[in-house]
Design a protein around this ligand. Structure first.
Ligand code: ATP
Ligand code: MG
Ligand code: MG
Length: 605
């Protein structure tokens, strides 16, 4: 097993474990987790991390980085990772997204169940189950003179917050008494104030150099139906207030988030300091650590923007194979192992950067190459007729050609293709007038090396891979000049794997699919969704740089082993790249394939 490279988060965790920073932690059990209701038991987990998506869309490849990181650290350090839905913002959240997120995390290979001492535990949480606890924490802050109900207009509030370098102004409501604040906050909860009429604010310092510390709002009034709590609440906690409390209630040790939240850390610590002092949450409290988010070229990683692509029908849905969602990558043909390998390769740092899309494809190729069955497919079919088939092989005879499923894994067995009088080859495997160095099919009259030119007596000879050597004898064109059929003559006793195989030397070996047992397939050739490497850079409207040619559908032919495979099967088509049968449309007699990637890096060029 490979040793994982260290990173700054691993160093922090190792140092915390060494110092025993969390060794005295008692596990009181998060609300809703029956497994640990007995207060006072030592926490059996050495560390606790969490992956806290908001269920306002499908997960994308950036989330995969966070999932691999949080679940991976828990696995490596004898800890637990919680899957927590950060569902405190009712308007944009839904059960559909909750379900899709659970499926994606599971598919990626991570489990929010773990066992300690033979007991299985489930670590699936919903922030909305803590609304009562959050409310109680807010009341505690009011009682301590650390929060107040502000009824300034939103404009005044914004104006009085000041700017970077300019101190803010205290609200006229800032000096309200504890009793008045408690009464008003109760009225907020009871629905006596209109939406937006007041907010509860932490009372910190309106002149603080960090604007996030200038009395941030911690509760707002919003009459909105919540997917979990229904209409029970008309006030909802702000993210910056809710998130640290969620972490603390769940006994999280290392709360890992992206760099945008660095400026919020002082408030996180402020809140934890006061709530632990009051015994409202466990001590020691969790700590926030920031890492660089994933930015991937030719991709947007924002649920809001991805939702716009779906809502405006620029793609067929959240799982469109061009989408960088985990559902989209899965449908495209990415495997969990490929995405995990990608996340391992990009590592974890504290500096924002862009990762080339080729890195993701590279991980896919490296993950699939050792395991994907090989197969032959023809995507731009040109008909080849073996004119002497009936004489040398026999009319109606089908010649069985065997090939390994995988060149390095004899244990994966053999596949069988049958060749008859007609086969399909790629259109590019024939040239009427061959260019220099072209060793595939070309007709007798067109040899560039003949002397005099055009008088060569033989057409070129190639091997039909795993089959016989054939010699090109001629071709036919339609009225538009398009080649419609190529004629070849089979050279007897040259079959691959037989003693005569080397009797005729050829420079070209080409793939083919037999017209008799090949199966027609719809093949979806995907390209990047955007024409610009940084589609939303500098505030650009990413919809203006959509690639109009991101999907091309062709009708091709595949060998029988592909047609027989179930949905979500992966193949390397020789010379063409990696393909997967579509998880939705393949099956029931229909063969539908998606191109996952080419065989070589074509990105970032
Ligand atoms: P989005 O803007 O796409 O909605 P988000 O950060 O608001 O992203 P959340 O559902 O809150 O989405 O994210 C859950 C976790 O995933 C967070 O801890 C967040 O830091 C992490 N995450 C989101 N996007 C990325 C990314 N591009 N790279 C790494 N981690 C990410
Ligand atoms: Mg978020
Ligand atoms: Mg978001």
């Amino acid at each position: 097993e490979s040793v994982k490279p260290s990173n700054f988060l691993r160093q922090i965790i190792e140092s915390d474990l060494e110092k025993g920073s969390y060794a005295s932690r008692k596990w009181n059990g998060a609300p809703g987790n029956a497994a640990h209701q007995q207060a006072g038991l030592p926490d059996p987990a050495k560390i606790r991390t969490r992956f806290p998506p908001e269920p306002n869309g499908y997960l994308h490849v950036g989330h995969a980085k966070s999932i691999c990181l949080n679940f991976g650290l828990a696995q490596d350090y004898d800890g637990v990772c919680h899957l927590r839905f950060d569902d405190t913002n009712p308007e944009k959240e839904s059960q559909e997204y909750v379900d899709a997120i659970m499926e994606a995390v599971h598919w990626l290979g991570f489990d929010y169940r773990s066992s300690f001492g033979g007991k299985e535990e489930t670590h699936l949480y919903f922030a909305s189950n803590y609304f009562e606890d959050m409310y109680a924490a807010a009341v505690y802050l009011i009682e301590q003179g650390l929060a107040y109900v502000d009824e300034q207009s939103p404009e005044d509030m914004r104006k009085n917050r000041g700017d970077f370098g300019t101190p803010g102004l205290n609200s006229p409501f800032r000096s309200r008494s504890v009793a008045e604040n408690l009464a008003r906050f109760t009225e907020m909860r009871e629905g006596k104030l209109a939406d937006g009429a007041a907010v509860l604010r932490a009372k910190i310092d309106m002149a603080h150099p960090n604007i996030n510390m200038r009395d941030p709002a911690i509760y707002r009034i919003r009459r909105a139906h919540h997917h979990n709590t229904g209409d029970a609440w008309c006030i909802y906690p702000m993210y910056t207030f809710a998130h640290p409390i969620e972490d603390a209630l769940e006994n999280i040790t290392h709360s890992i988030c992206t760099l945008e939240f660095e400026d919020q850390r002082p408030f996180y610590d402020w809140l934890m300091e006061h709530l632990t002092a009051g015994g409202i949450v466990n001590t020691p409290p969790p700590h926030q650590h920031e890492f660089a988010r994933l930015n991937l070229t030719y991709v947007v990683t924002s649920k809001r923007k991805l939702k716009q692509l779906v809502d405006d029908n620029h793609v067929s849905g959240w799982d469109d194979p061009r989408m960088p969602t985990l559902a989209g990558l899965r449908r495209r043909g990415y495997t969990p192992a490929a995405i995990r390998l990608f996340c391992e390769r990009i590592g974890v740092t504290k500096a924002d950067s862009w990762i080339d899309y080729g890195t993701l494809e590279g991980a896919l190729r490296d993950a699939l190459d050792p395991v994907a069955p090989r197969a032959m497919a023809v995507l731009d079919p040109l008909k080849v007729t073996i004119t002497n088939w009936d004489e040398v092989m026999g009319a109606g005879f089908l010649d069985e050609c065997k090939a390994p499923v995988h060149p390095h894994h004899p244990d994966m067995g053999q596949r069988t293709m049958r060749m008859g009088k007609h086969v399909w080859v790629e259109r590019e495997d024939f040239m009427e007038v061959p260019s220099k160095g072209y060793f595939r099919l070309f007709p007798p009259h067109a040899s560039p090396t003949s002397n005099p030119p055009g008088q060569h007596k033989d057409g070129n000879k190639v091997r039909l891979k795993y089959g016989h050597v054939v010699e090109c004898t001629g071709y036919e064109k339609d009225a538009d000049g398009k080649v419609t059929e190529v004629f070849v003559s089979l050279i007897p006793d040259t079959k691959s794997g037989t003693p005569g195989a080397d009797s005729v030397k050829v420079k070209g070996v080409i793939g083919w699919v037999g017209a008799e047992d090949g199966v027609q397939a719809e093949v979806r050739l995907y390209d990047r969704l955007f024409t610009e490497a940084q589609p939303d850079a500098g505030g650009r409207d990413f919809l203006t740089v959509l690639n109009p040619d991101s999907l091309k559908v062709v009708q091709g032919w595949v060998e029988p082993s592909v047609a027989q495979a179930g949905a979500e099967s992966h193949f390397q088509f020789e010379r063409l790249g990696y393909f997967a049968t579509d998880r939705v449309d393949h099956g029931n007699g229909k063969v539908v394939l998606n191109r996952v990637s080419g065989l070589k890096d074509s990105w970032g060029k």
